[in-house]
Design a protein around this ligand. Structure first.
Ligand code: NAD
Length: 271
């Protein structure tokens, strides 16, 4: 029987390319998104079905899971991928902005994960894969809220492994470095205010340059495929040009030294 993956945030970027990659490899794909009516591409690909799912709307989560099981018989892999970044000066962020960031990147992941668990537990099989980030284990300037969400994902998923292993449910984090998607344009919300403007201009400018030369989302899709098929109870899958090296450096070096390196790169040009 063909395997099935349910992907959140599949309308663009990593989610979309992952949907296409799995379909090409013979999987059934439930490509979920907030506005299925806007899709013009995925619906034409054999093996892909589109369902409405907003990670902040429980009814849409339940509906998408039920429709996927009805369509394909079962779900083997959940890929929690939907997310975006609220960046900039923390002082300039409103409570509503911060709540929305955590609602999407953390509570959204928890909502979908909790909703699929009965299906995986009853089948005594399933894999939960979440797009964390290398930013779930190291930090850069101006990403305090975003890092807060991805650090939360790392702790949540790391602990979840224990209680789910007896049910043969695997828990995995994909940890991309910079990947060239709309993330750096449409999916970044910047909070700013006068005293921080110069810092944001220079530091964010330097960070955006990394995004411009980053690899595309296909490398992440391939890593998600590996994580879905390797049969391992392995938690972390760093991916992208710089993620494995930077995570290794963060692990190896004293924090002060690592932060000095980050400052020297990101704050380049600052007087
Ligand atoms: P993207 O903006 O192309 O994709 C994000 C998707 O999430 C979009 O399709 C968006 O519509 C969807 N989404 C946002 N809120 C949603 C909600 N409430 N319900 C359902 N879907 C929602 O950007 P991407 O780079 O493909 O990002 C995918 C994931 O990868 C995110 O979790 C992001 O944090 C993570 N990530 C990206 C990078 C990068 O450099 N691009 C690096 C590390 C981690």
């Amino acid at each position: 029987m063909k395997k099935t993956i349910l992907i959140t945030g599949a309308s663009t970027g990593i989610g979309k390319v992952t949907a296409i990659h799995f379909a090409k490899n013979g999987w059934n794909v439930a490509a979920t998104m907030r506005s299925p009516e806007k899709d013009t591409e995925l619906k034409n690909i054999s093996g892909i079905k589109i369902f409405k799912l907003d990670v902040m709307d429980q009814a849409s989560i339940d509906g998408a899971i039920q429709s996927t099981i009805k369509e394909f018989g079962k779900i083997d892999v959940l890929f929690n991928n939907a997310g975006y970044a609220l960046i900039g000066a923390f002082e300039a962020m409103t409570e509503a902005q911060i709540k929305r960031q955590f609602d999407t990147n953390v509570f959204g992941v928890m909502n979908v994960t909790r909703s699929i668990l009965p299906h995986f537990r009853e089948r005594k099989d399933g894999t939960i894969i979440t797009t964390s980030s290398m930013g779930g284990r190291l930090t850069f300037p101006l990403y305090s809220a975003y890092h807060g969400t991805k650090f939360a994902i790392e702790g949540f998923m790391e602990s979840l492994q224990f209680e789910l292993k007896p049910f043969n449910i695997k828990v995995k984090n994909i940890e991309p470095g910079a990947i060239k998607t709309d993330f750096y344009s449409r999916s970044i919300e910047i909070a700013t205010m006068k005293p921080y403007e110069k810092y944001i201009e220079i530091a964010n400018g330097n960070m955006m340059k990394v995004g411009e030369t980053a690899p595309g989302p296909q490398v992440v899709a391939e890593k998600v495929f590996t994580a879905s098929t390797d049969g391992k109870f392995k938690l972390r899958y760093p991916v992208g040009n710089n993620a494995p090296a930077l995570l290794f450096m963060r692990w190896l070096l004293p924090l002060k030294m690592f932060m000095g390196i980050v400052r020297s790169q990101v704050e380049k040009g600052m007087k």
